[in-house]
Design a protein around this ligand. Structure first.
Ligand code: G3I
Length: 381
């Protein structure tokens, strides 16, 4: 994409108020001035890719934000625009890839890596799928979804979340798989079908199993870790192609479950021992129970980023860190697309990301920058 200089001037000119100026001053030179201190470069210096979500709408309507993305991120992932229900809002075959194409085009022109999110997600499946008459029709629809999506972005997508959130131990199956639409339609074999087709269609893309609630120190997260590791081991033994695990890591600054550095390290080492790499795919930090005062709140959010990343980046199998948004201007948490328990009771907007809504760096940016700078160097993957 051209016009970076225009966008940069727009960012610099956009509302550097007293608070933002003070925050920027406390962080040293503004991020815009320190090209070698961007998250993209600091991560790349250690063999890591750093990235963020974007949307076609943001590309069309928010050049200042997109300019920040181009400077700070080496990778883009569509927050919603590649999901099946977002591409297909009508009948079978009624696909509209235009928003996903916009993002793919933007990533290419900006020299950014593209993640694919996602092939199958029970939560975003077109309603017609549920009414297909039989197993064969459902299998054809799943196969077509994977092959047409992966083929369209072949050679462009670095990693695919082929199946998003396949486990749910609470559903009570001995294998811990989520009892939802694809499992009910095709049995556990749907995973093998999807990953094999993805591999055949784009042999160079890394194939990822993306999961949530596997990073903290609670019995529930521990059960989910065990189930996920079992699934990965079964996939490896069965020859189902899988290359990486996506750890979503939607974290909580205050009042959330405990975090154990040791447990996370052990879990990551177990994943690495299976010959898989690790991608942190959806990192952000909710602040619903943090005090209202911005400096205090931002400090607590930054500490959460720091503690998590310091532990995670210790494992050389971790190759990628993606935050679920870059600026508080565009976040599912701020938009209240989380469940209500994550909303602030005082009605103040949440501040979950490294840049504030005016695109100024926050303490979370500094925490991430330092975590990248202090991380051991690894072979890129
Ligand atoms: O686009 C419509 C808009 O036309 C309408 O006016 C508005 C009214 O509610 O809704 C808009 O759609 C929303 C969409 O995000 C785009 O903002 C949906 O309601 C909302 O449910 C949807 O939420 C997304 C959610 O996934 C479900 O797809 C979030 O933005 C997105 O951040 C979230 O991302 C997921 C990952 O894909 C998987 N891991 C968990 C993560 C958080 O739930």
């Amino acid at each position: 994409m051209s016009g970076n200089g225009v966008r940069r001037r727009a960012v610099l000119g956009s509302g550097l108020g007293a608070l933002a100026a003070a925050a920027a001053a406390s962080l040293g030179p503004p991020a815009e001035a320190a090209e070698d201190q961007t998250l993209r470069r600091l991560a790349a210096a250690k063999g890591l890719i750093y990235g963020t979500t974007i949307s076609a709408r943001q590309i069309a309507r928010d050049p200042a934000f997109i300019g920040l993305v181009e400077r700070q991120a080496g990778l883009a992932v569509p927050e919603n625009d590649m999901k099946w229900q977002d591409i297909n809002r009508g009948a079978p075959g009624d696909d509209d890839y235009s928003r996903a194409d916009t993002i793919a085009g933007f990533a290419g022109e900006s020299g950014m890596v593209l993640r694919g999110h996602n092939g199958l997600w029970y939560f975003r499946t077109p309603s017609w799928f549920f009414t297909l008459p039989n197993r064969a029709a459902k299998e054809r629809a799943v196969a077509d979804r994977i092959t047409s999506l992966v083929r369209r972005y072949r050679g462009i997508v670095h990693s695919w979340d082929v199946v998003n959130e396949p486990i749910e131990p609470k559903d009570g199956r001995p294998d811990g798989l989520r009892k939802a639409v694809f499992l009910e339609a095709l049995g556990p074999e749907y995973l093998d079908l999807a990953y094999r087709l993805a591999r055949e269609t784009d042999p160079k893309a890394r194939l990822v199993v993306n999961e949530y609630d596997v990073e903290l120190d609670t019995p529930e997260h521990e059960t989910r870790r065990v189930v996920l590791l079992d699934l990965l081991e079964r996939m490896r033994k069965a020859g189902t192609p899988v290359d990486a695990v996506g750890i979503q890591a939607h974290l909580t600054a205050v009042g959330g479950p405990p975090f154990s550095v040791e447990r996370l390290r052990r879990f990551f080492a177990d994943i690495a021992a299976l010959g898989l790499t690790i991608q942190i795919t959806e990192l952000d930090v909710t602040d619903e129970k943090a005090p209202a005062e911005i400096a205090v709140r931002d400090g607590l959010v930054a500490d959460t980023y720091r503690r998590f990343l310091d532990a995670a980046l210790d494992e050389p199998a971790v190759k990628m860190v993606v935050t679920w948004g870059l600026s508080d201007r565009h976040s599912w948490i701020v938009r209240h697309e989380t469940n209500e328990a994550k909303w602030r009771k005082d009605g103040l907007p949440s501040r979950p990301l490294p840049f504030d809504a005016d695109l100024n760096p926050k303490p979370a940016f500094k925490a991430m920058a330092e975590a990248f700078a202090n991380a051991p160097t690894r072979t890129p993957g």
